[in-house]
Design a protein around this ligand. Structure first.
Ligand code: GLN
Length: 197
């Protein structure tokens, strides 16, 4: 299995290390050609406006959009913002995951923190969640499953083959969020947008 990690800016290396530790090849993706032959993709955290700026070069954005429309993808933090249908304050996005997100809603860089999910869906071991200038998921469409919450607020969601995560699962040792992506790739969860929405 090969899961690419978008490596234009931001937290790509920690995702690569985590996937490699799980026995999954995790090549860096920097150009459209790098998407060839991948089973899935991680859109990492970073700065979504900067990621958009780099994606706009060399027709890379349509290539990533085409890939993500068909193959499993995990978007974390800025990556979730890229996947979202609506971004507040308004910003361009791929628009594939039917959520509305508000950028920087959990505070500034110096207010970065670790907390745990509310324990309803992850059994005995709560999910450790690292929040760094994270987006808040303010609306979920009807096809969106909520997989983890912080208090009442959704912080990990899934719509068909797309996973969106407000926090940074790559910065801890808990592999369960990445495992969801690996499972989607293993199941060959290839869906058209019509099926996913
Ligand atoms: N605040 C960033 C943005 O709006 C996301 C932060 C992150 O990815 N840790 O893109």
């Amino acid at each position: 299995m090969r899961i690419g990690v978008l490596a234009l800016q931001g937290a790509s290396e920690a995702h690569q290390r985590m996937l490699l530790g799980m026995g999954v090849a995790a090549p860096a993706v920097r150009r459209a050609e790098d998407l060839e032959g991948l089973d899935g993709l991680v859109l990492p955290g970073g700065e979504s406006s900067t990621l958009l700026h780099f994606l706009a070069q060399d027709d890379f954005l349509p290539a990533v959009a085409g890939f993500v429309a068909r193959r499993p993808c995990l978007g974390t933090c800025a990556g979730l913002i890229l996947l979202a249908r609506q971004v507040l304050p308004a910003q361009a996005s791929l628009g594939l995951l039917d959520v509305t997100v508000r950028r920087n809603a959990y505070g500034r860089q110096r207010e970065s923190h670790i907390c745990h999910d509310n324990g309803s869906s992850w059994g005995d071991a709560a999910l450790e969640m690292v929040f760094i200038r994270a987006p808040r998921i303010e609306r979920c469409g009807p096809a969106v499953e909520i997989l983890a919450r912080r208090g009442q607020e959704p912080v990990l969601v899934r719509q068909g083959h797309l996973l969106g995560c407000a926090f940074h699962p790559e910065l801890g040792r808990d592999t369960r969020v990445h495992q969801l992506l690996v499972d989607a790739c293993r199941d060959g969860a290839v869906q058209g947008l019509d099926e996913a929405s």
